[in-house]
Design a protein around this ligand. Sequence first.
Ligand SMILES: O=C(O)C(=O)C[C@]1(C(=O)O)C=C[C@@H](O)C=C1
Length: 390
Amino acid sequence: MALKGVLIWGNYVPQLSCKTAGVHLTSKPSSGDSLNLKREKWESLSSQRAIIPVEDENPSLEFKQILVPIEEVDSKKFYRDLSFLPKPLSIADFSASNSDGTNVRVAYQGVPGAYSEAAALKAYPECEAVPCDQFEAAFKAVELWLVDKAVLPIENTLGGSIHRNYDLLLRHRLHIVGEVQLAVNHCLLGLPGVKKDDLKRVLSHPQALAQCEMYLTKLGVVRESADDTAGAAQFVALNRLKDTGAVASARAADIYGLKVLAEKIQDDFENITRFLILAREPIIPKADRPFKTSIVFTLEEGPGVLFKALAVFAMRDINLTKIESRPQRKRPLRVVDDLNAGCAKYFDYLFYIDFEASMAEERAQNALIHLQEFATFMRVLGCYPMDMIL
Ligand SMILES: O=C(O)C(=O)C[C@]1(C(=O)O)C=C[C@@H](O)C=C1
């Protein structure tokens, strides 16, 4: 919304009642202040002991200000300078203060120049992106309060699911609070002066190598895995490897001083990776914009149980956007003893589902209540706004 601020000055305590929300700011504006109020106007108004309405970008926004002169409530008694007292911690101290990510620390896997870093910056443009060597380190960094959030890849249009992160989602107790869709354009990078034909080997993250399968096959090079795409570029640069290239972003080329030998080398022009934003606390589900909910569950063995589980969404017109199954590591096999037919061993699975509805909607709540009739275990991993911008 466009309300820029409410300035409090002089001997009045303005009490704001606003249709939507108020932003409080208690300092005097300096010239060039981002607030739209001119200093002279401020001076003259405040000397008249008047309240100062903030010029608002949205003229339709109405707010009413009621003045209470401090004298009436005994200013001496209440307005001693108490700034030396410690400020009590509030909920705001534990969470990101701004939606652009100012003051937010976001963990990602990889080194600067990785696509995961780009995803973190897409979600929180002003954040401090904190590199982690492994996915699990990013989960732990959030749990241990070293960072506020983690941004981790979960699926890609060419390579499919990033299974490791599905498994980690269940093992850790973090909540999905958002998603980021990022267009991934891979480049072939090499040392300055090196040509494509000089390359015998190419390093990258296994997902990136898989996404460039056709190009790399044509190039006829040996492929080797690295922890992340930018890490591969860094390795080539640090070791001055003339016969080795890296599949990584153009930004990684800039950071590590490599040349872009070929652009957009992924198998499909449109290559999108979806990332999840994880936090210690869930967000409050709303229904004012498109939301997604992610769940994980297990089912009883038996004919048609998965069909029934999926039907709870279909009958409420809830669209599923993703279904993934993973083996249950702790109990991979279910042994069923049948006296007549002998002993049967079934693979046991966890089902992960993303559906397009908010937990604030009754139909989503009812679907999950219904699902619990068949599920032996169920957990809501998060309910979060859909990323609509690519
Ligand atoms: O290696 C990176 O740059 C990453 O951010 C990881 C990752 C992935 O794990 O999928 C992210 C996006 C691309 O799909 C390729 C690699």
